[in-house]
Every structure is written in structure tokens, then in C-alpha cells.
Design a protein around this ligand. Structure first.
Ligand code: NAI
Ligand code: MG
Length: 495
């Protein structure tokens, strides 16, 4: 716990307990989940002790308590995993699409059958509210396997007139914000197209990926088709630099993405990158305000703002500024921060202490640059673990750090505009280009804005809508390549 955190919790215990219309009785999720003391690497269809002989702790960010020890894969371990994937490649790629589809369907069904367990584990290890892991992460992970099972025997029609061959061995490095979902996004299309994989989960959230490995065993997936190497950035570096990798896929920070792009260029590997964002919402005076506020709320406060496409900049048409701020403040009061295993919780724990410090520093900078902080007064926070209240800042200028850099936390920067041209100019004034939200009643304006906003994904009168059939990805410094849909398959085939 950081100093700032402990001072916050002291302040809470002095105050009267919060009692309001929003106090529900606790509704803890009680599905028991068995967590082993120690997890090994998943290589060639089996769990193996790491050659490194080293393990690291994974904690629950809502308590700070350790959950398990996870193997650290060193260079030799990564090499074993890549060799296993290489050996499995001919057999797997020669299977008919129909046969590969059967495995993917089986995996999807097994994810559904074990959904509750996976949701609880995701929430314990990563800190996100159970209602999100239960209703979003895990169902979407299953959906990605179902969807890609459907493509496995239809690749001929996905790329008309061309024969789609697998790329080969895929190295896949994923972050901690959507652990199982990111694994599914990356593994399902790769397998559908006949590739084999080595996946590296983020070091703070490896547990559900390791459960997925068990599901691969249950589904009878041939050994070596998917291998999972755990560890921190160093393990990721070994994987990215391995000469036996034909294709690299990375989701995470722009900084690491850049380093990986350099490594991939040297080895002439195929590469897709999903990086950060500073996605804008533009809300016009004619927008349906209740709907827009809900979209903005989920856009920034969903998953504690640990979302690459979080709508973290809000541009409000000047005439409705006061009304929007009033409604945002009102809606924010009803958000419940706390135990992520409680089914009523809206905002869970911040994934890791470094991230919490980073968010706190951004909020401080935002204020010192002249922004005014709006947060829920007197709301109690648990006294263990890592927490940040949902908040927003007004009085923000486009030049402020809080308006330019990715916070990756529940912090919204509110700004205004007078004309559509000004809105576009301000929204596009960012090195990123992942997503954008437009809120207006006018169809013609929606099309005009969507055409001119520089972002890979543009949502109109809605936000954060995802589906396996819909391609997702960024432009500019948010990365390149698409995941999901027919576009997402393209990265996993040679034509
Ligand atoms: P990160 O980019 O360091 O980690 C993402 C993954 O890359 C993890 O699996 C990590 O172990 C691995 N990795 C780290 N260094 C590597 C290297 N040199 N070579 C290969 N793999 C490497 O992200 P981190 O440190 O967890 O978070 C830092 C910031 O990144 C956050 O504050 C946030 O702003 C941003 N971020 C963005 C995400 C997105 O989805 N766009 C996801 C996670 C973080
Ligand atoms: Mg953890």
C-alpha cells in the first residue's frame, strides 16, 4: 500500500460510515475456486517446471495477498516452447479446417462450462468487478473461439480466389487488462488458420491463461499447438527476439510496442501491434443526454479505466457543458467502488501498485496544471489493496498532460468545443488513434464525424461495443493490424 492510500483509508475510518440510497447489502460471489500453490509452464501439452527454477508471486490486487506462485520462463524455457510449437506445426496445419474447428468448438464449450470459475479467478487475480468478468470477459472469450471455429473450414471464402496458408509459429504477448479475453483474441484466429502458438500472459494476471491450458488438455488439443510461458518483460523479450517465431502479436504499452517493432524488423517477422490510446468522446448539444452520460461512464470507468480504448477525453459542446458536468457528477455518486467479488461493485481494484501510483501522479499533475478534480466525496475505500476513485477533471486545456497522455485509470478529462470543426481538430490532436465516440441526434453529422475522426474504431451513440465478428485496432501510435472479424484473420494467413 502506498502512503497516499493509507492516508485515504485513515480519513475514511474517522468519518461516519457512508449511508445513502446506494448502500446495498453485500452480495459476494461464492463460487469456490481452487488455486494451487504453484503453477508451471505449459509446454508441449504438459505443465513443466521451468528450467529457470524460479517462480514469482501473483497477488490479488483487492487484498494485496498472494494467490499463487507462477513460473518464470527463461530463454531456455522459451526456446523449449517455440520448439514444441514448431514440431506441432506440420500436423496441425495439415488437419482439415473441419477438424480444427472441432477443437475450437470444444474449447469454446469448455470455457462456457467453466465460466463461473474463470470469472471468479479473473476477478481475484486482476481486480476487475465480477459483473464485468462474468458478463463481458468470459462470454466474449468463448465467443472468439466459437466465431473462429466457424471460419476454420471456410478460409477459402474469407479470401476469395486465394489459398490461405498458415503463417507458422506465432508469438503472442498480452497485457493485464483483459487477460483471458486477450488470450482468446490471439489464440483463436491463429489456430483457426492452422498456426501454432506461444503465448505470454502479463505477469500480474497469468492464472486464467493457465486455466485455459487445462481446457486445451480437456479438449484433447494436440501437444505443442499452444504453449504458455509465464514471466515478466524479460520473458516477453526472449519470445519477441526468438528466431523461431514467424509472427508476433503484441498488445500493451506503446513504449514496449516500439521496442518490439524494432526487434521484429530485424528478424523480418510478421507483426501486429495493439497499443494505447487517448480516445475522445464528442458530445453535441442535440445528443440524447442520458444515453450519452451512460456511454461516457462505461467508456472511462469500466474496468477501472484499464481499457486501451477508454474514452478518456470528453469534448462537450459549450452550450451543454454545465448540464453534462452536473449529470456526470450525479451519475458518479452512484458508482460503487470496492470488493470486486461483490456483484454490486462497479469499480474494482487497480491492477497493480505501479499503475496506482501512475494514476495518482496524473491526477496530481492534472490539478497542478489548473484542472479541477471532481470525485465522490466521503466514499469509503477498502483499507487493503489498490484503489482509485472514479473521477473527472474540468478546466483542462488540450495542452495539459492529462489531456495528452494515456492514464490507464478511471480519470476523465473534460473539455469543450464550439463548432464541429473545432471538435474534430481537438479530438484528432493526439498521437493516438484507437477509438472515438460521437454523440448526436443528426445522422449526417455522425457520418461526417466518423469519416474525419482519426481512429480505428468509431462508435456512434454508443461506446465499448465488442464482438468477435467486428474488427478492432488502431491507427497512428495506437498500432496496426486488426483483431476480430475477417480482417483479423488476415494477420494469421499467407495468401
Ligand atoms: P507493458 O506493455 O509493459 O506489458 C504488456 C505485456 O508486455 C506484458 O505481458 C509484459 O510482460 C510484456 N513486456 C514488457 N516488457 C516487454 C519487452 N521489453 N519485450 C516483450 N514483452 C514485454 O505494460 P505495463 O507495464 O503492464 O503497463 C504500462 C502502461 O502500458 C500502462 O500504464 C498503460 O498505460 C499501458 N498499457 C496499455 C495496454 C493496452 O491494452 N493498450 C495494456 C496494458 C498497459
Ligand atoms: Mg494478480
Amino acid at each position: 500500500m502506498t502512503d497516499a492510500m493509507s492516508s485515504k483509508s485513515v480519513e475514511i475510518h474517522k468519518g461516519a460510515p457512508q449511508e445513502s440510497a446506494w448502500d446495498y447489502a453485500p452480495a459476494p460471489e461464492r463460487t469456490p475456486v481452487v488455486i494451487d500453490d504453484r503453477y508451471d509452464l505449459f509446454i508441449n501439452g504438459d505443465f513443466q517446471s521451468p528450467r529457470s527454477r524460479r517462480w514469482f508471486k501473483t497477488i490479488s490486487p483487492s487484498t494485496g495477498e498472494p494467490l499463487a506462485r507462477i513460473a518464470t520462463a527463461n530463454e531456455a524455457d522459451v526456446d523449449d516452447a517455440v520448439s514444441a510449437a514448431r514440431e506441432a506445426l506440420p500436423g496441425w496445419s495439415r488437419l482439415s479446417g473441419q477438424e480444427r474447428a472441432k477443437y475450437l468448438f470444444r474449447i469454446a464449450r469448455r470455457i462456457q462450462e467453466r465460466a463461473r470459475e474463470l470469472s471468479v479467478l479473473e476477478t481475484m487475480d486482476g481486480g476487475k468487478p465480477i459483473k464485468e468478468s462474468r458478463d463481458v470477459d468470459i462470454p466474449l472469450a468463448a465467443r472468439h473461439f466459437f466465431y473462429h471455429a466457424g471460419w476454420a473450414d471456410k478460409l477459402r471464402w474469407a479470401f476469395a480466389g486465394a489459398e490461405a496458408k498458415p503463417v507458422g509459429v506465432c508469438g503472442q504477448i498480452i497485457p493485464w487488462n483483459f487477460p483471458l479475453l486477450m488470450a482468446a483474441w490471439k489464440i483463436a484466429p491463429a489456430l483457426a488458420c492452422g498456426n501454432t502458438c506461444v503465448l505470454k500472459p502479463a505477469e500480474t494476471t497469468s492464472l486464467t491463461a493457465l486455466r485455459l491450458a487445462e481446457i486445451f488438455q480437456e479438449a484433447g488439443l494436440p501437444p505443442g499447438v499452444v504453449n504458455i510461458v509465464t514471466g515478466a518483460g524479460k520473458t516477453g523479450q526472449h519470445l519477441a527476439a526468438h528466431q523461431g517465431i514467424d509472427k508476433l502479436a503484441f498488445t500493451g504499452s506503446t513504449e514496449v510496442g516500439r521496442a518490439i517493432a524494432e526487434v521484429a524488423a530485424v528478424g523480418d517477422r510478421n507483426l501486429t501491434l495493439e497499443l494505447g490510446g487517448k480516445s475522445p468522446h464528442i458530445i453535441f448539444a442535440d445528443a440524447a443526454l442520458d444515453q450519452a452520460i451512460e456511454g461516457i461512464v462505461t467508456g472511462i470507468w469500466f474496468n477501472q479505466g484499464h481499457v486501451c480504448c477508454a474514452g478518456s477525453r470528453l469534448f462537450v459542446e459549450e452550450s451543454i457543458k454545465d448540464e453534462v458536468i452536473r449529470r456526470l457528477e450525479h451519475r458518479m455518486q452512484s458508482l460503487r467502488v470496492g470488493d470486486p467479488l461483490d456483484k454490486n461493485t462497479d469499480i474494482g481494484a487497480i491492477n497493480n501498485p505501479e499503475q496506482l501510483k501512475k494514476i495518482q501522479a496524473y491526477v496530481e499533475t492534472g490539478q497542478s496544471e489548473g484542472g479541477r478534480l471532481h470525485e465522490i466525496p466521503n466514499q469509503s475505500l477498502p483499507n487493503k489493496g489498490y484503489w482509485h476513485r472514479p473521477c473527472f477533471l474540468t478546466g483542462v486545456q488540450p495542452s495539459h498532460v492529462i489531456a495528452r497522455e494515456e492514464v490507464f485509470g478511471p480519470v476523465l478529462a473534460v473539455m469543450t468545443f464550439r463548432t464541429p470543426e473545432e471538435a474534430l481538430k481537438r479530438a484528432n490532436n493526439t498521437p493516438y488513434g484507437l477509438a472515438a465516440g460521437v454523440w448526436t441526434d443528426k445522422g449526417a453529422r455522425i457520418f461526417e464525424m466518423a469519416k474525419r475522426l482519426e481512429a480505428g474504431v468509431i462508435w456512434c451513440n454508443t461506446y465499448n461495443q465488442f464482438d468477435a465478428a467486428s474488427p478492432f485496432g488502431g491507427i497512428k501510435e495506437s498500432g496496426f493490424g486488426r483483431e476480430g472479424g475477417r480482417h483479423g484473420l488476415r494477420a494469421y494467413v499467407r495468401l
